[in-house]
Ligand binder design. Structure first.
Ligand SMILES: [Zn+2]
Ligand SMILES: [Zn+2]
Length: 372
């Protein structure tokens, strides 16, 4: 079967003919992969910055954002059936008894770091035709979402952040007064840093909860990303027009920053836009490019005097996957054209080189391994 794999020792990325994986447990399920998303993580693995093959293998089949169809189930599979669409989770638990997170099925909060991630570290991923997975890591998806469910996995980052946000903000009376026809966030202002897929999906999740939402990115408007922001009722602001220091003066104090750009200097510079009782959520993973200058006295003063919080979040649990599946359906009802516009193109596996090694273009590119 076709698979796209990196060979870290040889520093090669290839379309290989891989062996069909076998069902080795009675709760295993065979998946026909349909769509696999290409993201910055895949591109970094293909630049050999990280990415670890399974033990004993010289290569790693990449790909972690996926949509698949169940084509075979083991004799003890109870929750999945043949024909269903599913989105697999990415992280697998560490083996340690003392890791209370992994032992509770919350490997997204693993304490030890000895987890595996399919397509990233220690386990083959989904950029291939056929995958075998335990039923417990699969999330069922309605057939109506066939064309857009590839966006579920990148949306789980925002969903996990939002689940934590509501918990954390219970530290104070943060709930907006009830307004008929308005959702929880209607009296709060959110700033999204970055207009890639994670940023725009985060902006959709915030808009779906009626946050006033500003998408803040480098590229000058108009462009395909600003068009999506405007279609969902968010403002798009280019950092070339409005520097971070002027955000609060222009738009008012920010209640939530959802960082999805992975650029630390601009992220810390936007902290001065945060208002009282606000929360800054980091999701980006910057490369280590050396120290940058920030006014730490100002950051620390504001954190204390304005009761602010900084949160980092990675990966996602089942609750975030379920929320993402519900939200992709909701986005499709509210903004069908904007949701479809996030998918810049569907490609054959043979086009992997341009997608993974070429200049990044568009929003979300997808490699399709099967039609149905
Ligand atoms: Zn990704
Ligand atoms: Zn663990």
């Amino acid at each position: 079967m076709k698979a796209i794999a990196v060979f870290p020792k040889a520093k090669e990325v290839q379309l290989i003919d891989a062996e069909l994986p076998a069902l080795t447990s009675p709760t295993h399920v065979r998946l026909q992969m349909l769509d696999v998303g290409v993201c910055g993580t895949d591109r970094e693995i293909c630049a050999f910055q990280y990415g670890t093959p399974p033990s004993g293998s010289d290569h790693l089949i990449i790909g972690h954002e996926s949509l698949a169809r169940v084509v075979e189930v083991g004799p003890q599979v109870r929750t999945r059936r043949v024909g269903e669409l599913v989105v697999p989770m990415v992280r697998r638990p560490c083996p340690h008894d003392h890791c209370t997170a992994c032992r509770s099925g919350r490997q997204d909060f693993c304490f030890t770091g000895d987890f595996r991630e399919r397509g990233i570290g220690g386990a083959h991923g989904f950029m291939t035709e056929s995958v075998v997975e335990d039923e417990r890591y699969l999330n069922p998806v309605p057939e109506a979402l066939r064309e857009v469910a590839i966006l579920v996995e990148p949306l789980t980052i925002a969903e996990k952040a939002l689940i934590q946000l509501w918990h954390l903000q219970e530290r104070l009376p943060w709930q907006c007064p009830h307004r008929p026809g308005k959702d929880h966030g209607h009296c709060r202002r959110a700033l999204v840093l970055g207009a890639g897929p994670v940023g725009l999906l985060g902006a959709m999740a915030l808009r779906a909860r009626d946050f006033e939402t500003i998408v803040y990115a480098r590229e000058a408007a108009p462009n395909e990303k600003s068009a999506v922001a405007e279609a969902i009722g968010a403002s798009y602001v280019s950092s070339t027009d409005v520097p971070p220091a002027e955000i609060a003066a222009r738009y008012g104090a920010i209640d939530v920053v959802y960082e999805a750009a992975g650029a630390s200097k601009v992220a810390f510079d936007t902290m001065q836009a945060l208002g009282a009782n606000s929360i800054f959520v980091f999701t980006g993973v910057p490369g280590r490019k050396g120290p940058v200058e920030i006014d730490t006295d100002l950051v620390m003063r504001n954190l204390v005097l304005r009761n602010q919080m900084i949160l980092g979040t990675v990966n996602a649990g089942r609750d975030a996957f379920e929320a993402a599946i519900r939200d992709v359906a909701e986005f499709g009802r509210r903004w069908p054209a904007a949701l479809r516009a996030l998918i810049s193109g569907r490609h054959t596996p043979e086009e992997f080189r341009e997608l993974l090694l070429g200049r990044p273009t568009g929003i979300k590119h997808v490699i399709s391994f099967a039609e149905n």
